[in-house]
Design a protein around this ligand. Sequence first.
Ligand SMILES: NC(=O)c1ccc[n+]([C@@H]2O[C@H](COP(=O)([O-])OP(=O)(O)OC[C@H]3O[C@@H](n4cnc5c(N)ncnc54)[C@H](OP(=O)(O)O)[C@@H]3O)[C@@H](O)[C@H]2O)c1
Length: 260
Amino acid sequence: MTVLVTGATGHTGQHVVAGLKAAGVPTRVLVRDPAKAPDGVDVVQGDITDPAAAAEGVDAVYLLWPFFTADGIKKAVEPFRGRKIVYLSAMSAEDGGVWGDVEAAITKVTDHWTFLRVTGLATNALAWAPQVETGVVRAPHGQAKRSVVHERDVADMAVKALTEDHAKQLYLVTGPESVAQAEQVRLIGEALGKPVVWEEQPPDEAKAQLSVYMGAEFAASAVDHWASLVDDPEPVSLDVAQVTGHPARPFAEWAREHFS
Ligand SMILES: NC(=O)c1ccc[n+]([C@@H]2O[C@H](COP(=O)([O-])OP(=O)(O)OC[C@H]3O[C@@H](n4cnc5c(N)ncnc54)[C@H](OP(=O)(O)O)[C@@H]3O)[C@@H](O)[C@H]2O)c1
């Protein structure tokens, strides 16, 4: 069997490739820039919006949809009709939105789907890196408690789903605890060996900043969602432990790996 990995140069995809290689599974990657492709895999240059060439002869795909709209998803999933699709989704798919629309499109082309619905990726914290340098991270809703997940746990789930039978499984993929964003920043400082503090940013200012790259509507809903997590923390799921056989990695471990 051959597995296609999309997003192979990204945070989760690089570990999916490594996991498949370690398991001896023939792997192909779909990349925009072959110079960035990982070693030891079949490389197909292309765009995720038009994956027909990369899909030829593959049995399964790790699918990322890195856009804030589902426009074009039908064309992207059609080449995988009847094959296994393991999709990096989001918990918010239960309310529709982009991730819900992508999931719906996938279920129309195959029964062999597995949805990895993450609450949030720990790698979101990399956006704070320039501010971490200054010792002050200014962002909204520091007391929003998020169960962000290590990208290697997502990849471990994906490798299991790609190599075992997890058809029609919808997993909630989270870290082992919900950690307030201000505490995440403190843990990053601890990893660095210097204090880093949280400064509360007015939500409207944050929405304006975020809208530049995710659009006003998406930015507003993201910031409003964080507000809701102050009193109602993101859930913690045992799916990582149950599927992979190891507990989800804590945020402190992620911070040490990325900031020390
Ligand atoms: N952040 C969160 O909290 C969160 C929550 C739920 C779901 N998600 C999902 O997770 C995804 C991010 O996953 P990640 O962190 O593993 O990836 P990532 O590090 O953000 O990297 C994105 C990957 O997608 C590739 N890519 C972007 N546009 C492409 C295109 N048009 N055609 C082909 N490849 C393209 C990039 O390749 P290049 O090297 O060519 O740029 C890169 O490999 C998001 O897009 C979202 O759907 C995220």
